[in-house]
Design a protein around this ligand. Structure first.
Ligand SMILES: Cc1ncc(COP(=O)(O)O)c(C=O)c1O
Length: 392
């Protein structure tokens, strides 16, 4: 998949996906990616050969136990943490509701949480519900005119009651990336937790929670060629201080498992293990990052004049997720005409980025075009041609 030079080979990558054997161009990965066959195969195999629960003295149970341990190791390697700092869940949103409520058991009315205007609502709504339930105060850090996070405004929101700074590492709507290390530093100077939504970022860039000094970080493997599930990292020193919402017999160790409610989705975890093996086999992010940046740059370089781009106009400070509109063309009509040309994109949504939407007002007029490592230069060119055609 990656040549001796380490470069990603698109044809070899695409050969791994039944879904990519046709002409249809999937430029919709920000809403959920395509999945290589080995992931589906691993899920089916787990259901055939390892359908059991943990801790019994026979083979299928041993396999389920091994699958879970392997998944924790894989997640730890992916995120740069220890296996006991990993918690699995149904998706990022459910995990975030669970972890925020757990953390908030130690919060009091008037305690403050800062979120940002770039965030997906899955990173904001859990705190708003806590504001409703227990009276915490939620603030939103503003953006600069170029859509990057205004760190000065963020700093100005800090008070002695700030308990958490929660932010999306990359915007799923416009692709803007936040300086995670800087925000974690601001949070820690205030004695607050740094709480990161890495769902969009994780599909495009490598993650090292220690390097940025994160306390909590969440992602969703279905955005990077895996099954539908959520993965969370919680720093051990932080998680050890939380009282988990758990059924009483659930063991307290290893740490991360105490925050998982009920039986583990073993077949999904087997799919996750296959996803990590797939990513490794194509050269990992060393191969993915330059390839995706090349696709993104090609898209930016080729944008017709009739196209308005929301967000950063260069690949610096962004991932290759683009929100655009074509002057005078209704977004739903544009997406429909692209679908007719065999190009899958989304239109007319807030992309759950409520504060961003309030500021940019794009919902009725924009189309989101997202490239990932299985897309090709040919697909970029087809998207550009469709945009140019719509603007004529
Ligand atoms: C940036 C971001 N955060 C959170 C979510 C929610 O993730 P999940 O669907 O796993 O709940 C999404 C989903 O699109 C997202 O893009």
């Amino acid at each position: 998949m990656s040549e001796a030079s380490g470069a990603l080979v698109p044809s070899a990558v695409r050969a791994r996906f039944s879904a990519l054997q046709g002409e249809f161009a999937f430029l919709d990965a920000p809403g959920g990616s395509q999945v290589p066959d080995q992931v589906g195969d691993a899920i089916a195999r787990a259901m055939r050969e390892a359908s059991a629960n943990l801790g019994a003295g026979y083979e299928t149970s041993r396999r389920a136990t091994e699958t879970l341990a392997q998944a924790e190791l894989n997640a730890a390697r992916l995120l740069g943490c220890e296996p006991h700092e990993v918690t699995f869940g149904q998706n990022m949103t459910s995990l975030n509701f669970m972890l925020t409520r757990t953390a908030a058991r130690a919060m009091r009315a008037g305690d403050e949480v800062i979120t940002t205007a770039l965030d997906h609502d899955a990173g904001v709504a859990p705190w708003l519900e806590l504001a409703h339930d227990v009276g915490i105060v939620v603030k939103h850090a503003e953006l600069r005119p170029d859509t990057t996070l205004d760190l000065d405004h963020l700093r100005s929101l800090i008070t002695e009651r700030t308990r958490v700074v929660a932010f999306a590492w990359a915007s799923n709507a416009i692709g803007t990336v936040t300086d995670a290390k800087a925000v974690c530093g601001i949070a820690h100077e205030a004695g607050a937790l740094a709480w990161i939504d890495a769902v969009h970022y994780a599909a495009h860039e490598p993650i090292d929670v220690r390097a940025i000094d994160a306390d909590v970080l969440l992602c969703s493997p279905y955005k990077f060629c895996g099954p539908h599930m959520g993965v969370a990292y919680v720093r051990a020193q932080v998680g050890e201080g939380w009282r988990p919402y758990k059924a009483r017999p659930t063991p307290m160790e290893p740490l991360g498992r105490r925050f998982t409610t009920g039986t583990f989705p073993f077949e999904t975890l087997a799919g996750f293990n296959a996803t990590v093996a797939y990513l490794d086999s194509i050269g990992g992010f060393d191969a993915i990052v330059p390839y995706e940046r090349m696709l993104g740059q090609r898209f930016l370089d080729g944008l017709p004049e009739s196209v308005v781009l929301y967000g950063l106009p260069t690949m610096s400070g962004r991932v290759p997720t683009f929100l655009v509109n074509v002057e005078g063309v209704e977004a739903q009509a544009l997406a429909a005409s692209m679908a007719q040309r065999g190009i899958g994109v989304w239109a007319g949504d807030t992309w759950y980025s409520m504060e961003l939407y309030r500021r940019l007002g794009y919902a009725d007029c924009a189309v989101r075009i997202g490239f990932v490592h299985y897309n090709t230069t040919g697909e970029v060119d087809r998207a550009l041609e469709a945009l140019a055609q719509a603007g004529r």
